[in-house]
Design a protein around this ligand. Sequence first.
Ligand code: PMV
Length: 360
Amino acid sequence: MNSEKDFIAKSLTATIENGSSEWSAPSNIALVKYWGKKQHQIPANPSISFTLRDCKTITKLNFAKRENDGNFSFDLLFEGKPKEDFKPKIQKFLERIEAYCPYLKEYHFTIDTENTFPHSSGIASSASGMAALSMNIMSLEKALNPSMSEDYFYRKASFLARLGSGSACRSVKGSVVVWGNHAGIEGSSDLFGVEFTSEIHRNFSNYQDTILLVDKGEKQVSSTVGHDLMHNHPFAEQRFGQAHQNLSAIKSILGNGDLEAFIKIVESEALTLHAMMMTSMPYFILMKPNTLEIINAIWKFRNDTKIPVCFTLDAGANVHVLYPENVRESVLQFIKGELLGYCQNGQYICDRIGTGAINI
Ligand code: PMV
């Protein structure tokens, strides 16, 4: 499975009139960031992420056979109510995956979706949302092709999710997921995410991620635009090279449990991601003053206590605070005492490493 052609559905031997499936898929947080892409969401550099456990999308898919009139037919419900403004995104997704799922126009779909995190929290729901929908589509395909292997099922789900939103391909399977060709990671691919299967040091088991909601507003610049600005970016080649190196380094660190080295790479990756935004043309800033207040407070706390807590950022102002389970109490006390004042309405979400999508 290393070419797009391998994902064109075949052996659709069964006839299915109607049915339903339900999957949850989590969000994920990148340690080495994906920023910059080629056509069809092929990443400009490889990335690696921790899968989250509690921040997830739960999607139910009902399907009923219909006359293929050349159009997609679907209703979209968000928290049980029709949500017209989500439909164009889904329509575009279905168009992108149609070549690989030629059966889609033969069904009417009802997509009923909800998130476990507040909708306006500024947490990107595209990764978990696209992953959950892709799992459901694969459940239908598996019903049409009962001989499909489990390996193919998950790979194609990740492949489809990637076409919805790049980082969504890392929300399908595994606690630590690599997406993008990397010389040091066997089986890694630009087409789908793969589980990081090397031994992971116990320092990382049940690793914690507390998400501080600094700004819940709409982003001024979408990730699609941000990725595009890496074309002709003055530092693009350097950055892509650096991501390869950082992935090699983090691969060893995940094995040897060196938290000091982990922190250096993770924080540097977060700041580099935002440095790319600040040095593109046009340039932009997604961090807010409180993002920097939090970063400085984390640095001071770490320096004073030697507790191995660090931050990372995605394409927004929120801060993900990462730390091992054995320092949970002290870090939560620090967060509650010193960081919540920087969060919008004092909001935060406690999450931790999870394992991927779940069939409900
Ligand atoms: O999946 P997208 O297109 O929304 O891009 C997300 C990119 C970052 O979250 C900033 C980094 C990453 O690797 O998840």
